[in-house]
Write a protein that binds this ligand. Structure first.
Ligand SMILES: CC(=O)SCCNC(=O)CCNC(=O)[C@H](O)C(C)(C)COP(=O)(O)OP(=O)(O)OC[C@H]1O[C@@H](n2cnc3c(N)ncnc32)[C@H](O)[C@@H]1OP(=O)(O)O
Ligand SMILES: CC(C)C(=O)C(=O)O
Length: 521
């Protein structure tokens, strides 16, 4: 970590917690391979700190922090820990391979948390802060301390804790609005007071971590910057516990677009925002609402006549930032049924998917040609849907082969499904259902018997038009573990079967991981 003395005072550090607080969103779960894909994209976009998990919380989190630490070279990798020995030692162990590592330790400072949750006095919280920040410093020079529920804490006590944490060696002080209670002017005042009153405040970077319960997480983050915060904790698409965290794309684009006012900058390559947003949404099955700032489908769409007239005359009449600045660009390569492998590879590069494995590229190319035979216009979104569908599927035990469905009012609706399991085709199965989707899922249960329960079935059209591809998310639950599967196809029922098969494969991998992971490499 750059010391406070040498760091650029106008640079805002972007601390992404999609893999930790983002994953705390109910129903959101990501497997290791998916976390590594997200971490790669975060690193490429210039994220300063990637919080990869809470290592003591589960073997999966431990493994995620360890493997993100092994993979990532430029970003700092952080692991979360409560203020106790076991958490901090587990975090240190998970981070052992990370070139640049941070232990992020937290404890609550508000009366309601101390009294009812921790059952600790102020003096106990203060003593723990000192003891465990010091312990974390034995493992790394880069230690962040968070005062959970800071915005509802007593200011005198908070000042004492912050001073003690810095004295014990914390280099970043995080002041979270854990329950999304603060208002921007109030949150800014909190930072101003702390920075003014804590005598050693210049020895640490102050950080904001905001939740969106009242819809002001981004406004609070920006207000904190105005009051001296130089790290923002945020997530892609604003994913996170309850109503979510401050959304990274909104914070970063506000800083970039209003540099005239804010006079600060980040190191984020904003052109990578759209790709990151899409990836997180595909992996988690959390669709981005169309009117979401920056990454919503309508964020750069101009519908009404007067706006369109203005746009045609001069884009700045209605656009405060360009679509290109967030990675939405007019495609230079138009894809269609006559495109070959060279054009397809060039398109992968243009879309940022060039690191896909050879087998995945070949499978995706086959599906692209198949789609191009059936669909008149192939948009970038169509290619991305296929690529996301193929990525990470090479080790799947169950593979979708074919589907025939009888639907409509005359019924009986039934599905004939062909799968391959462990490399061998199984005989086609026929199942009936209450509608075609039910028939498809019943066929899957017959072909590959399992107890998992369907928790979510969601369909979304990739582009406009009746020949658009459907992107389906299926969430399955088995013994308290949930997984999300995705599938895309111009036929909604095929996309549904693919999504279900994807979820089943993820469940099988999860089952294999019930044995504890090795604690070292
Ligand atoms: C605001 C945030 O986002 S904080 C991070 C939230 N993330 C998570 O909780 C991740 C998922 N959590 C888990 O898997 C589990 O809760 C674990 C593994 C972390 C802990 O599990 P358990 O040991 O069974 O404890 P449980 O969850 O029941 O209760 C939490 C305990 O941690 C204590 N605790 C909470 N915060 C802290 C802290 N910062 N420092 C020390 N102890 C703390 C609580 O007082 C409680 O202790 P108690 O059992 O003595 O009453
Ligand atoms: C652990 C801390 C930083 C947190 O997530 C919160 O307070 O919301």
């Amino acid at each position: 970590m750059t010391s406070t003395a040498t760091r650029d005072p106008n640079q805002v550090i972007i601390f992404d917690t999609t893999l930790r607080d983002g994953e705390q969103a109910p129903g959101c779960s990501m497997n290791l391979e998916e976390k590594l894909r997200i971490a790669t994209v975060l690193e490429e976009m210039g994220v300063d700190v990637i919080e990869a998990g809470f290592p003591i919380a589960s073997n999966g989190d431990f493994e995620a922090v360890r493997e993100v630490g092994r993979l990532v070279k430029n970003s700092i990798v952080a692991g979360l820990a409560r203020t106790n020995r076991a958490d901090i030692e587990r975090a240190a162990e998970a981070l052992q391979f990370a070139e640049r590592r941070r232990i992020h330790t937290f404890i609550s400072t508000s009366p309601v948390h101390m009294r009812h949750m921790l059952k600790m006095t102020e003096e106990e919280v203060l003593a723990r802060t000192v003891e465990y920040v010091s312990l974390a410093r034995n493992h790394t020079d880069d230690v962040e301390w968070s005062a959970q529920d800071a915005s509802r804490s007593d200011i005198d006590f908070l000042c004492r804790c912050v001073e003690a944490a810095i004295k014990a060696g914390a280099t970043t002080i995080n002041i979270p609005d854990t329950v999304g209670y603060a208002m921007p002017q109030e949150y800014a005042a909190l930072f101003r007071t702390l920075i003014e009153r804590v005598p050693n405040s210049d020895k640490a970077v102050f950080s904001a971590h905001c939740h969106n319960d009242l819809g002001v997480a981004v406004a609070n983050s920006l207000a904190a910057i105005g009051a001296g915060a130089r790290q923002i904790e945020c997530t892609i698409n604003g994913l996170g516990e309850r109503a979510g965290n401050a959304s990274m794309e909104e914070v970063v684009m506000a800083i970039r677009t209003r540099h005239d006012l804010m006079k600060v900058h980040t190191g984020i390559k904003t052109e990578n925002i759209t790709r990151a947003s899409r990836l997180v949404s595909t992996i988690t099955g959390f669709q981005v609402q169309p009117n979401k700032a920056i990454v919503g489908a309508n964020a750069f769409a101009h519908e009404s006549g007067i706006h369109q007239d203005g746009m045609l005359k001069h884009a700045e009449t209605y656009e405060i930032m360009t679509p290109e600045s967030v990675g939405l660009h007019r495609s230079s390569l138009v894809m269609g049924k006559h495109s070959g492998r060279a054009a397809f590879r060039a398109k992968l590069k243009e879309l940022g998917y060039e690191d896909m494995g050879e087998n995945a590229i070949n499978d995706a190319f086959g599906r692209f040609k198949d789609l191009a035979d059936r669909k008149k216009d192939i948009y970038d979104e169509d290619v991305i849907a296929i690529l996301d569908d193929e990525a990470g599927r090479q080790h799947d035990r169950i593979r979708f082969l074919a589907l025939h469905v009888v639907a409509g009012s005359r019924g009986p609706q039934h599905a004939v499904l062909e799968l391959e399991v462990d490399g061998k085709p199984i005989p086609p199965v026929v199942a009936f259902g209450n509608g075609p989707v039910d028939a498809v899922f019943n066929a899957l249960k017959l072909a590959f018997p399992h107890e998992a329960r369907l928790q979510l079935y969601q369909v979304h059209a990739v582009t406009a038009g009746t020949d658009a591809q459907a992107e389906v998310t299926v969430r399955l639950e088995e013994q308290g573990k949930t997984v999300n599967g995705q599938g895309a196809d111009a036929d909604t029922l095929v996309a549904s079967a693919r999504a279900y098969v994807h979820a089943l494969n993820k469940l099988l991998t999860k089952r294999l991981k019930t044995a504890p992971v090795a604690l070292s490499a």
